[in-house]
Design a protein around this ligand. Structure first.
Ligand SMILES: Cc1cc2nc3c(=O)[nH]c(=O)nc-3n(C[C@H](O)[C@H](O)[C@H](O)COP(=O)(O)O)c2cc1C
Length: 412
């Protein structure tokens, strides 16, 4: 895994200090994978498990994988005052999995072991990745504790939906460690202790719609969904509740994001209209087909000897961006569109911004080998207020961060 240099609190740091808190949930074993990703990408990780966590994964594993001694309580190495020092020195604290009990203790400022002491002494960004049974996650006490922690500036990643301990399934599963790692990386890179999108709900569309001709064929486009996923990930790391409407993407679900899967432009419109009413921002990064075949053949369209194929007649799809821009679901909602242009990029972008009526339009030049499917992007973000923000060629997450900077400024 590639190592990298971080800027933490304005300073270049080549080995950020991360505290990995592990509390007593069945998903503790997955924290080993998170630990491996953090150490292999150049972080100095100190693992602080709770006593309950050691029932699931033993001290030897944490110590060997992190290269540091491991303790659960404040009475070891007292001369080094670990209950204060570990938190004070950290550039990031991540608790994964965070039990219902740990969320409660953290929300109420309890300090009865090394991890809870560390949480009180840390002045760096803190990320919680809760994992528990759905009933525990949905209990009003847990909801209140999560709200308190978020209000104080912690990033609390929503659990994923899936198989839980035993045979039951539901919301409460620890997200994929690779996705928790991405959240940590982004939170650390930003280095702010108060996420600026905390308390906001944002809706992001991603991918490309497919308009079926028959049960096996469709008209589609080259959008991979990577830019929309980068927007969803960065928004979650900045504290937002994120609904990601994904059209035909094959990418892993970002941690802490509600993913709604759609196929066609009409389905995407329905999903956006359903999610938009309580959204503070809607970012339409999906490539939505302008047209769809006027007819759908219920059986596969067959070749007929000696006959030319029937021409495909197209009809217009709804213009979702124009519709949500014109009928804002709530006052002050910020609407962002994306325009992929192959020529006259800026002039076409300005015309499109006026026609669509959105607040921001991200305009980029696309072609067979540009933007689609790649990890990089280059764009200009046009504002309805006449502003122009160029974003140089770079990772799609850098463009995503710029979009959220501009959106957050419009929230006031
Ligand atoms: C097999 C088993 C699995 C558990 N899994 C979870 C879990 O996933 N999430 C959770 O919040 N609590 C879970 N618990 C309960 C916690 O271990 C218990 O609340 C404990 O006091 C947590 O301590 P800690 O927060 O100090 O780590 C589990 C308990 C057992 C016995």
């Amino acid at each position: 895994m590639e190592s990298y240099v971080f800027r933490v609190r304005g300073e270049t740091v080549d080995k950020p200090k991360v505290v990995l808190g592990v509390s007593g949930g069945i998903a503790a074993y997955k924290a080993c994978e998170l630990l491996r990703r953090l150490t292999e990408s150049g972080h100095d990780v100190r693992v602080v498990p709770t006593a309950a966590a050691l029932h699931f994964v033993g001290e030897a594993t944490w110590s060997a994988l992190s290269g540091h001694p491991v303790s659960t309580e404040v009475w070891s190495d007292v001369h080094e005052v670990p209950h204060v020092r570990i938190g004070q020195e950290a550039d990031l604290v991540v608790v994964a999995p965070a039990t219902a009990d740990m969320l409660a203790k953290a929300a109420h400022g309890m300090a009865d072991d090394l991890l809870t002491n560390t949480l009180l002494t840390a002045r760096c960004p803190v990320v919680f990745a809760p994992a528990m049974h759905t009933e525990m996650w949905e209990h009003p006490a847990t909801r209140a504790n999560v709200a308190t922690l978020r209000d104080r500036g912690a990033v609390v990643i929503d659990p994923a939906v899936g198989r839980l301990t035993g045979v039951d399934t539901g919301k409460g599963r620890l997200p994929d460690p690779a996705e928790i790692f991405e959240v940590c990386r982004r939170v650390l890179a930003r280095g702010v202790t108060a996420p600026d999108l905390a308390g906001r709900h944002v809706v992001v569309s991603a991918g490309g719609t497919r308009e079926p001709l028959d049960p096996v064929r469709f008209l589609g486009n080259r959008s991979s969904g990577k830019q929309g996923y980068a927007l969803a990930r960065t928004a979650a790391a900045r504290g937002a509740r994120v609904t990601l409407i994904a059209a035909n993407t094959g990418l892993p679900d970002p941690a802490g994001v509600d993913v709604v899967r759609v196929g066609t432009a009409v389905q995407l419109r329905e999903a956006v209209l359903k999610a938009a009413p309580d959204a503070d921002a809607v970012v339409m990064a999906a490539a939505v087909a302008d047209f769809r075949p006027s007819a759908y053949a219920t059986g596969k369209i067959k070749k007929k000897d000696g006959e030319e194929p029937e021409p495909i007649v197209l009809v217009r799809n709804p213009d979702v961006l124009a519709e949500i821009s014109a009928d804002r679901a709530r006052a002050g909602q910020v609407v962002v569109g994306f325009a992929a242009e192959t020529d006259d990029v800026l002039a076409n972008g300005r015309t499109k911004l006026r026609r669509k009526g959105c607040d921001l339009l991200v305009v980029n030049e696309v072609g067979e080998r540009r933007t689609f499917g790649s990890e990089e992007n280059e764009a200009v973000v046009l504002g309805a207020d006449g502003s122009e923000t160029p974003v140089p060629y770079g990772p799609k997450e850098a463009l995503a961060e710029t979009v959220w900077d501009l959106v957050a400024r419009r929230f006031g």
